[in-house]
Design a protein. Structure first.
Length: 119
């Protein structure tokens, strides 16, 4: 069986990783969506036979998968500046965001004091 080079980030012991990761996962809560987006989400859930909260999780997962290349390109850029792999930085951000912030502050973040255009 040939290995997919994009899967180089997978841990040697995936079951152990999955157990540890599940323990670290947090329940997400989202602010109420604007009326139109909430109606769209509700319709999507309705047509797919899901609860709205299940569909919201599916939508977030789908968005993240579609954003995979953009997110990992940015992760790779900063990982290179830190001298670590993109997968190590991704794991660090997930496992210890405060340590990741401290390291990235040394590397010079792109959005230091810029306003958040999405708020």
């Amino acid at each position: 069986m040939a290995l997919d080079p994009d899967q180089e980030h997978l841990p040697e012991h995936p079951q152990k990783y999955q157990q540890n990761h599940q323990q670290d996962q947090q329940i997400l809560s989202l602010p109420t969506l604007p009326d139109y987006e909430m109606r769209l989400l509700t319709a999507m859930a309705f047509f797919l036979g899901r609860k709205v909260n299940q569909q919201a999780a599916a939508v977030v997962a789908m968005y993240l998968r579609q954003s995979h290349d953009r997110i990992l390109t940015q992760t790779e850029y900063y990982a290179h500046r830190l001298g670590i792999s993109k997968w190590d930085l991704l794991e660090l951000i997930s496992a210890n965001p405060e340590q990741a912030r401290a390291l990235l502050a040394q590397a010079g973040k792109v959005h230091d004091d810029d306003p958040d255009i999405f708020t």
